[in-house]
Design a protein around this ligand. Structure first.
Ligand code: ADP
Ligand code: TZD
Ligand code: MG
Length: 583
């Protein structure tokens, strides 16, 4: 039931207003969110949004309160990705707003639909820079980092503001949207009928965008001409929730596919057509490449040599027309939503018209087998202390028959090895640092996944990565979420053995405390801590933690010398040519 506008006589209203025929900004925001099916807010309370959070909860919206706005924003963003509804992050003015804005910017970069709603201070004082409490020109600060930014300055515009924010977040390429609500608007009273009439129910917020039939035919013709075709599935192939059509197109054409990290599991990683274990071979040798919901950004070497063949031709399925030709010319653009595009491809496909060459398929199979053998050998070792492989092997084996478990993953080596070792068997279950390679998403994503699904989450975190968001374990315990956090404790950023070349007593810039007992942290909040030093211990701890369905942290001791600087991104890490003291 809507808070007041549709029920002006409700209890909250009558106790606070002199006239039962009045509503106010707080109520209208809650009414507008509920009218549009928003059922959860991730936030951090304070002036001027405390009463908004409280009222939302009173009115049946689930409110999840965080310890830092960045994690609230990350939770909202991933909730948006998982549900295709905008995730809502609620922040206070100025510093709280800025803390949350990093997550909103990350959502924009990754294409996750979210709305950061922030209270803001008095316009008159902010604009004259007269020094208000938490003074900041938030609307203009948000603009460069968001897909869209709006401010509501009159209570009767709240409905429109929320409608525009919802449309901006989920239509086309999704993204982070900012909605500024001044303290004045929140507190302003309005006639309840006028308020009710001002609300907007957003009809068809994510309209299908059906691609032109000739673009479908052009792409199929190009695929038919290919000897060595390849399909790359990006995270938005998973977001589109067109799982069975995508699978059917891949299986009917027999084209090998490569999942980007968050698309892992859209088709199971052990699918015979997966070329993941032959990645460098297929990138270098494919002659026609079809991108579905993936960008040719740094994660794909911009589509250029030496990773790619200079003569390869590209097909790109993307909702954003301006993505085409961004890094390499796109011979066959398909502009539309993935669901509509793949169903049109299937409907137009003539049986037997696309045939990857037998030589190509054999080359991939051979390379996969060769790489799988060397991976198996690396995974079989049992060094003491554990390295990334032996620890991840234990996690992989525990998760092998648990396809409902979400895997959150961040760090450098912890991320890069984790992506390669942990197979995914179901779509949208792997959530990681994404397009920005950002640290600190772990606990927010874990909370967002657990809240939206009520399913277990295993967060595999570098010890540095965990530090960015670690206080949210209190949030996890407070809401009793089934999140198990495994901290890969190698005593540092990348490695735990770097030295201070000045000879001084301070640790090197990349060093963290090797003896840290991250497991003890969660005990302060009633969760369960495990300290493990070998794969058997890790297997047991993870099995027990998942069986309990309760919050846990596993402090997983990893050899400080096992990682490499920058993980797999060494080529992006500039180093001093004349010596910086690095080994
Ligand atoms: P990855 O990091 O997995 O490679 P990216 O985030 O780089 O994925 O790319 C995802 C692409 O998918 C973006 O270019 C975005 O415009 C596009 N996209 C988002 N939603 C849809 C959709 N529903 N249909 C088609 N394309 C989409
Ligand atoms: N700050 C933010 C917000 N994002 C970043 N990516 C970084 C800093 C730089 N950075 C990386 O790119 S990875 C990383 C940092 C600090 C942490 C790596 O250490 P880790 O993982 O302990 O998390 P490994 O397993 O030790 O490599
Ligand atoms: Mg580390």
């Amino acid at each position: 039931m809507l808070a007041t506008a549709l029920n002006p006589l409700n209890e909250v209203e009558t106790s606070k207003q002199e006239s039962p025929r009045l509503t106010d900004g707080f109520h209208l925001v809650v009414d507008a969110l509920k009218l549009n099916g928003i059922d959860t807010i991730y936030g951090l309370a304070g002036i001027p949004i405390t009463d908004l959070a409280r009222l939302a909860q009173t009115e049946g919206i689930r409110y999840i309160g965080f310890r830092h706005e960045q994690s609230a924003g990350n939770a909202a963003a991933i909730a948006g990705y998982l549900t295709r509804k905008p995730g809502i992050c609620l922040t206070v003015s100025a510093p709280g707003f800025l803390n949350g804005l990093v997550a909103t910017a990350n959502a924009t970069t990754n294409g996750f639909p979210m709305i950061q709603i922030s209270g803001s201070s008095d316009r008159e004082i902010v604009d004259l820079q007269q020094g208000d409490y938490e003074e900041l020109d938030q609307l203009n600060a948000a603009k460069p980092y968001t897909k869209a930014a709006f401010r509501v300055s009159r209570p009767e515009d709240i409905g429109t503001g929320i409608a525009r924010a919802i449309r901006a977040a989920v239509s086309g390429r999704p993204g982070g949207v900012y909605l500024d609500l001044t303290a004045e608007v929140l507190g302003a009273a309005l006639d309840a009928d006028t308020g009710m009439k001002s609300l907007v129910h957003v009809v068809d917020p994510t309209p299908r965008q059906i691609p032109a039939p000739d673009s479908i035919q052009r792409a199929l013709d190009l695929l038919a001409s290919a000897q060595r075709p390849l399909i790359i599935l990006g995270k938005d192939a998973a977001y589109a929730q067109a799982d069975s059509d995508i699978r059917s197109f891949i299986e009917k054409t027999g084209i090998p596919f490569l999942p980007m990290s968050m698309a892992k599991g859209l088709l199971p990683d052990n699918h015979p057509q997966s070329a993941a274990a032959a990645r460098s071979l297929v990138l270098a040798q494919a002659d026609v490449v079809m991108l579905i919901g993936a960008r040719l950004n740094w994660l794909l070497g911009h589509g250029k040599a030496p990773q790619w063949s200079p003569t390869a031709k590209f097909i790109q399925v993307d909702i954003s027309p301006t993505e085409m030709d961004s890094n390499r010319p796109i011979a066959a653009p398909i502009v539309g939503d993935i669901g509509s595009a793949v169903s049109a491809l299937l409907a137009t496909l003539k049986s037997g018209s696309i045939r990857p060459s037998a030589v190509w398929l054999k080359a991939i199979t051979d390379r996969k087998q060769h790489n799988a053998e060397s991976m198996a050998a690396r995974l079989a070792r049992n060094p003491d202390p554990m390295d990334f492989y032996s620890a991840l092997r234990a996690i992989r084996d525990v998760l092998a028959d648990k396809s409902d478990v979400y895997v959150v993953n961040e760090g450098a080596n912890t991320l890069d090895f984790g992506r390669n070792v942990i197979d995914m068997h179901a779509p949208r279950k792997r959530l990681d640092s994404g397009t920005w390679g950002v640290m600190g998403i772990g606990m927010g994503y874990a909370i967002g996944a657990a809240v939206t699904s009520a399913k277990p989450v295993v967060a595999i975190e570098g010890d540095s990565a965990f530090g960015f968001c670690g206080m949210e374990i209190e949030t996890i315990c407070r809401y009793e979420l089934p999140v198990v956090t495994v901290v890969f404790n190698n005593g540092g950023i990348y490695r735990g053995d770097d030295v201070n070349h000045s000879g001084g007593a301070d640790p090197s810039p990349t060093i963290l405390m090797k003896s840290a007992r991250y497991d003890k942290l969660i005990e302060a909040f009633g969760g369960t801590g495990h300290h493990v030093t070998d794969p058997q211990g890790l297997t047991q701890a993870l099995t027990d933690a998942l069986a309990s369905g309760r919050p846990a942290i596993i402090n997983c001791v990893i050899d400080p010398t096992a990682g490499t600087e920058s993980g797999h991104l060494q080529s992006l890490n500039p180093t001093s040519q004349i010596g910086s003291g690095r080994k």
